[in-house]
Design a protein around this ligand. Structure first.
Ligand SMILES: [Zn+2]
Length: 183
């Protein structure tokens, strides 16, 4: 492994993930904390025993950092390991083999899919929060003025807007109503 100062040729065997198992590496699956919590809640202990994805929190097998999103890869000898997105992006870009490029593309696609899923569940939570808030504050909303029309209430405005808004608009409306009631 020792290199002299004049030896600039990198060793061919030094893949960043070589310490985790031999190349090539295949992407197998990705999971976020929410997925694992859900999976734990639905699976019996005996089934979970020995499963890699059964840990809710964990660390990257490459760098040891605490990670919430696990990306599982399989080395050519069958060893499965998990790394965070920072490490697979660096590790697989460094070594531009076809297998690396394929594994990288698959892991990135899984990352995008997971991010979309997380955003949707955050939005859904916000929408139910808004509905709860509106329900609990009907009287105050009836008493508060409409932002544009005299003789109408904030509640009229909120009902009218809610019917016509998409998810992002509803979340914005929730904020507007809270601010109007707080002022
Ligand atoms: Zn890492």
């Amino acid at each position: 492994m020792s290199h002299t100062a004049t030896d600039t040729t990198p060793a061919l065997s030094a893949h960043p993930f070589a310490h985790l198992g031999p190349a090539p590496y295949r992407f197998t699956s990705a999971s976020c904390t929410e997925d694992r919590l859900l999976m734990l809640a639905m699976t019996s202990e005996s089934v979970l025993a020995g499963r890699q994805d059964a840990n809710v929190s964990g660390s990257c097998d490459h760098c040891g950092m605490c990670i919430h999103d696990f990306y599982h890869f399989k080395a050519s000898n069958g060893t499965v390991f998990k790394v965070g997105s920072v490490c697979y992006e660096k590790g697989l870009i460094d070594e531009q083999t076809y297998a690396d490029r394929k594994a990288l593309a698959q892991a990135k696609a899984a990352k995008t899919k997971m991010a979309t899923k997380k955003r949707h569940s955050r939005e859904a939570a916000k929408i139910s929060e808004a509905l709860e808030f509106f329900k609990a504050n009907q009287d105050a909303m009836d008493a508060a003025p409409h932002p544009r029309f005299s003789g109408k209430s904030l509640n009229d405005y909120a009902s009218w807007m809610w019917e016509r808004c998409g998810t992002v608009g509803k979340i914005k409306l929730y904020k507007t109503v809270r601010e109007a009631l707080a002022s």
